[in-house]
Write a new protein. Structure first.
Length: 516
């Protein structure tokens, strides 16, 4: 996987661009061989050593206290700003140094020193920057990289963005940026961090820019339904069927379900539940869910799981209540983008979370609208706290679900401790945002057909975070009412509210308002 990703990054890199790959002593040699093959050994420019802790005692070997940055360029003429490292005050007091060789002598005035390839940047475990990501790097490290190999206005990309360090530093330094990650927690953490950077820049009177969160998973999913239109019709049908079958097999493996081929509209069975897998490129609709409930009753089954990448807005909890009245236990579950990660499937790390619901109230006063959260419901399945506790090492903790509550389970010196974290419905919410004119910006993508590029509307709209409130590690308070938004013109508008719970799953509600 790493080789394929580096190959793609190479193709995206600008001719004067550079790439820095962070690795430790365990994979340093393997990564360098891959980089030599993809970029060419002549494009290798530096091996930078990042020393992050002071050497100490290690009874079995030399204590590892550094990582490596492998620095390659796309061409012979990459951007290089020749950065200089300021010297410490004590060193600056020495105004000049005298040097002598066998045949000559010279004097050098010292104000800065050349940037060397060994950087001592301490990153304590208690640093305020720490956000819990194991490979997180300090901002000072990333700042050196960006200042050396980019200029203000350049585009910086981090394809494994984690906690968002690269984007946060790029924003502060006036660079444009793109961040990608497979983990929804990484994207959510980065979002909050970047909002924090924006607020800081605003408070300092400095310019800042808006950014978008794009769910690229749905474009990745198109691989499973995309068929070459130039093929003959019989080949197109055969390829389409093969891709659909591969898609269904993939979801069944990730969900640990038994594939069914003779029980339409269902695709699998898990335990006593019949499983219906929603479309790969469209939301699961009420019509589809109601048809599944009816088919289950005809088959004599009372449990149905419906899996989907997206669900029609407002579907839950009403459709679940209606199914219960008919005697069917209905579960609506999101298919996570982790299903595309073979390693996550192999480890059993792919989790299908139940669809939540949110209730909001939009208060209109002439041309102003304020939005309040009224209720938020989740339907996560219960866990065995004894099993959770048994899996924890000494001093470790984990969040679990018990009796409809989030419980923190800790192993405190061999004793199990539990702490209930959710006492109110609002305790489930980590972040929420409002787009006061949701359908004002269409989602446009560029497609290449028969050698020509054209713009296509996906049928969706871009959610813009015009107002938001969220919790941080230091401040757990959450505003439940938005600031008022004033419209320029009277008329009807669609207001979208996006809520993200503490597990990183998002739920959206759209309401109509009319201002005069």
């Amino acid at each position: 996987m790493m080789f394929e990703r580096l190959l793609l990054i190479h193709s995206l890199l600008a001719p004067d661009g550079s790439i820095y790959v962070h690795c430790d002593w365990r994979v340093n040699s393997f990564v360098r061989l891959m980089m030599d093959q993809i970029f060419g050994s002549d494009r290798f420019r530096n091996e930078v050593i990042w020393c992050y802790s002071s050497p100490g005692r290690n009874m079995e070997r030399f204590k590892p206290c550094h990582d490596t940055l492998l620095y390659y360029s796309k061409s012979d003429t990459p951007i290089w700003t020749n950065p200089q490292q300021p010297l410490a005050e004590a060193t600056l007091k020495v105004e000049s140094l005298r040097f002598r060789s066998q045949d000559r002598e010279w004097v050098r005035t010292r104000t800065t020193k050349d940037m060397v390839d060994w950087w001592e940047i301490i990153f304590h475990t208690g640093s305020h920057e720490r956000l819990g990501f194991p490979t997180q790097k300090p901002e000072a490290l990333v700042e050196r990289v960006l200042e050396a190999s980019s200029r203000p206005g350049d585009l910086v990309a981090d394809f494994f963005c984690g906690s968002g360090t690269t984007m946060a530093v790029a924003e502060r330094l006036g660079r444009k940026w793109i961040g990608c990650d497979l983990s929804r927690f990484a994207i959510h953490t980065s979002r909050k961090r970047l909002i924090g950077v924006q607020r800081q820049l605003k408070a300092e009177g400095k310019p800042y820019r808006s950014f978008e969160i794009l769910n690229l998973g749905k474009y990745e999913r198109q691989y499973f339904v995309g068929v070459d239109p130039s093929l003959p019709e019989d080949q197109r049908r055969a390829e389409s069927a093969a891709r659909e079958s591969a898609y269904l097999d993939l979801i069944c493996r990730a969900y640990s379900a038994e594939r069914l081929t003779q029980s339409p509209p269902f695709h699998a069975r898990k335990g006593r539940a019949l499983v219906l897998i929603g479309p790969v490129d469209a939301p699961v609709t009420r019509v589809l869910v109601e048809a599944a409930v009816s088919a289950a009753l005809e088959a004599g089954s009372t449990e149905v799981d419906v899996l989907g990448f997206e669900f029609e807005m407002g579907l839950s909890p009403a459709v679940k209540d209606e199914a219960a009245e008919r005697g069917v236990q209905l579960s609506l579950k999101y298919i996570p983008n982790d299903v595309f990660d073979k390693r996550a499937i192999a480890k059993g790390d792919v989790r299908f979370y139940d669809v939540a619901y949110v209730e909001v109230n939009a208060e209109v006063s002439r041309r102003s609208v304020s939005v309040s959260l009224v209720d938020f419901g989740v339907f996560y399945r219960q866990e065995d706290l004894n099993s959770v506790a048994a899996s924890l090492g000494r001093g470790k903790s984990r969040v679990a679900i018990d009796k409809g509550m989030i419980v923190k389970v800790s192993n405190d010196g061999g004793r199990t401790k539990t702490e209930v974290l959710t006492k109110e419905w609002s305790d489930w919410i980590d972040y929420w945002a409002v787009d006061f004119d949701f359908e004002s910006r269409k989602e446009i993508i560029r497609v290449l057909e028969e050698g020509e590029e054209r713009q296509v509307w996906t049928g969706r709209f871009v959610f813009e975070n015009e107002w938001q409130s969220f919790r941080t590690r230091r401040d757990r308070t959450l505003e439940l009412r938005s600031a008022p938004h004033t419209y320029d013109r009277p008329g009807r508008y669609r207001v979208a509210v996006k809520v993200i719970d503490i597990f990183g799953n998002d739920t959206t509600k759209v309401v109509d308002v009319e201002v005069r």
